[in-house]
Design a protein around this ligand. Structure first.
Ligand code: XBP
Ligand code: MG
Length: 253
């Protein structure tokens, strides 16, 4: 079956958004709403085990803040915090932003030029995806993606496979016609759970994760003048990920 579509995770895959993006926005929201919660870099690394901002805040209080007396309307507070956090995060992207990872724009442009279909499957909110694409890829680049599966559109976030199943259904494609791109163990579980062959690009938060089953595990997608490092998989003498390499990886049973 030939390769018809590429499905991308967002956070950690298109851009390194977690440490200096989402984390700072959470902290700004906590401060805005008068909470003394501060997520430093290592703490946030542990909290990343839980995907989704609302779920992550609930997990933090449940596991790291036994001293915190939850108000009766705690779920509403979490929703309010999440809205504030999304506002801070999208503002941060608009003011200088966060760059895309190496090779991402090049690969997306090449895929478009060759008529490969593109989609997104992420746990973050649609607003955050729009802000990243607008400010870090190109104004209007949302339209590059035929389907954007984001946030609460499915009940169970990654590592559940739901968001990938949803995207495949929207596109009318089978998993065997696609490749997924992920950066984390939870993301890989989700994509593989939907039967998708997956290319992993690691980052500082995810380099020790278990990526068993991935087609390839790379430092990044690479560029001609800044080649990738291959942690797992066969790069066929290539220095960066191009469509030829993706088709080779996709063809391996
Ligand atoms: C990304 C996440 C998200 C973001 C923030 O996971 O874990 O929760 O940290 O999301 P993945 P919110 O890359 O696997 O999709 O917008 O919900 O705060
Ligand atoms: Mg990710």
């Amino acid at each position: 079956m030939s390769l018809a579509a590429l499905i991308f995770d967002v956070d950690g895959t298109l851009a390194d958004t977690e440490r200096d993006g989402h984390r700072l926005a959470f902290n700004a929201a906590f401060k805005e709403l008068g909470l003394d919660w501060v997520w430093d870099v290592p703490t946030y690394g542990r909290l990343l085990a839980v995907t989704g901002g609302k779920e992550r805040m609930q997990h933090y209080v449940g596991t790291m803040r036994p001293d915190y007396a939850k108000p009766k309307d705690f779920d509403d507070l979490v929703a309010q915090l999440h809205q504030a956090k999304t506002r801070h995060y999208t503002a941060l992207l608009a003011h200088g932003g966060i760059p895309l990872r190496p090779g991402v724009k090049r690969l997306l442009q090449a895929a478009r030029a060759q008529g490969l279909r593109l989609a997104i499957a992420t746990t973050t909110t649609p607003e955050n995806v729009t802000a990243l694409l607008t400010h870090s890829l190109a104004p209007g680049s949302e339209t590059w993606f035929e389907v954007i599966g984001a946030g609460d559109i499915v009940p169970a976030k990654k590592p559940a496979a739901d968001i990938y199943f949803w995207v495949l259904q929207q596109m009318g494609l089978e998993a065997a016609q696609c490749l997924a791109f992920e950066d984390s163990e939870n993301g890989l579980k989700a994509s593989q759970g939907a039967g998708l062959k997956t290319v992993v690009t690691i980052n500082d938060y995810t380099r020790d994760h278990d990526f068993t089953g991935a087609r390839a595990v790379l430092s990044d997608l690479g560029e001609a003048d800044a080649p990738f490092q291959v942690l797992h998989g066969a790069a066929q003498g290539k220095r960066y990920v191009d469509l030829e390499l993706l088709r080779l990886w996709h063809a391996v049973p």
